[in-house]
Design a protein around this ligand. Structure first.
Ligand SMILES: NC(=O)c1ccc[n+]([C@@H]2O[C@H](COP(=O)([O-])OP(=O)(O)OC[C@H]3O[C@@H](n4cnc5c(N)ncnc54)[C@H](O)[C@@H]3O)[C@@H](O)[C@H]2O)c1
Ligand SMILES: CCCCC/C=C\C=C\[C@H](O)C/C=C\C/C=C\CCCC(=O)O
Length: 255
């Protein structure tokens, strides 16, 4: 899909990777609707990005991805203020092994709620003109993660969901491409919060050593991966982004 001139929604974009995705899409000529459960930080980010990219190109709408009614309002406001939405990046996510229900509801439920709404609003079979959904999974959706089994299972679910819905069978009906992005580590608040909500002190200690164990990438490196995924337009594509490697597509076995 061409990015310039199109309208995108990015969930969880008040900070971290979501903010970087929004900045990169804006730099490529898209209009972006920021959204987050944290309205204070979201409005601060809106102000900064409007100053950098133009007040008519960025808007913030509060949306808790666990709430259907918030998603509906988000889509309506984005369309009203920026134009027809062609790209949804389901990015909001947490790592809370203690509150596993919340982790599943945000990480998996948020992607499914957002994707369902996107199919309803963009689907060619529903009067829309098609579009693209990118679900932000993680390399934790493809690997064993001893320090985060709940987080890993939420990300495995997103990979399976995106690859399945990204099947040609669905595209033939709705003309909406569904893809997923699987980054390795980036230093964001996610890691800090995951450590605070770790399953046990032993696991928290392991999370405290991530910096010395794995290589971090910049958020910009991951954002370049997002752009590649959107521009390649590989329906059902699952793109891995790791430090010091070119981004690469994976097809888990038994496909
Ligand atoms: N940081 C990494 O190393 C890394 C690697 C791979 C994938 N990811 C994924 O990238 C995404 C973004 O993570 P990040 O590292 O930028 O984390 P982050 O904590 O910096 O940002 C997450 C954002 O999501 C928002 N959020 C939390 N709950 C929400 C809800 N219910 N509704 C709406 N917004 C909500 C937060 O307020 C925050 O702004 C997550 O899905 C994460 O799993 C992160
Ligand atoms: C308790 C939650 C787990 C940690 C969550 C915090 C940050 C998350 C970052 C990313 O999503 C990556 C998470 C795990 C990566 C898993 C394996 C790393 C293997 C890297 C490699 O082999 O190169």
């Amino acid at each position: 899909m061409q990015i310039s001139g199109n309208v995108a929604i990015v969930t969880g974009s008040a900070r971290g990777l979501g903010r970087s995705f929004a900045e990169t899409l804006l730099a490529r000529g898209a209009k972006v609707c920021l959204s987050d459960v944290d309205a204070e930080k979201g409005l601060e980010t809106e102000k900064e990005l409007q100053a950098a990219h133009g007040a008519d190109n960025v808007v913030f709408v509060k949306c808790d991805v666990t709430k259907d009614e918030d998603y509906n309002k988000l889509w309506d406001t984005a369309t009203e203020k920026l134009g027809p939405v062609m790209l949804l990046v389901n990015n909001a996510g947490i790592g809370n092994e203690k509150n596993w229900q919340l982790t599943m509801d945000i990480n998996v439920g948020g992607c499914i709620r957002g994707t369902n709404l996107a199919l309803e609003r963009m689907g060619a079979n529903k009067g829309g003109s098609g579009g693209v959904v990118v679900n932000v999974a993680s390399i934790a959706g493809l690997k064993v993660v001893p320090f985060g089994p709940v987080y890993a299972s939420s990300k495995h679910a997103i990979v399976g969901y995106s690859r399945s819905l990204g099947h040609e069978f669905y595209y033939g009906i709705n003309k909406v491409k569904v893809q997923c992005l699987c980054p390795s580590f980036v230093q964001t608040d996610l890691l800090v919060n995951s450590k605070a909500n770790a399953f046990s002190p032993e696991v928290a200690a392991v999370l405290g050593k991530i910096a010395g164990t794995f290589k971090y990438m910049s958020a910009e490196t991951v954002s370049e991966g997002l752009i590649k995924l959107i521009e390649d337009g590989k329906n059902g594509g699952c793109l891995v982004v790791e430090a010091e490697k070119e981004p690469y597509y994976v097809e888990p076995p038994l496909a």
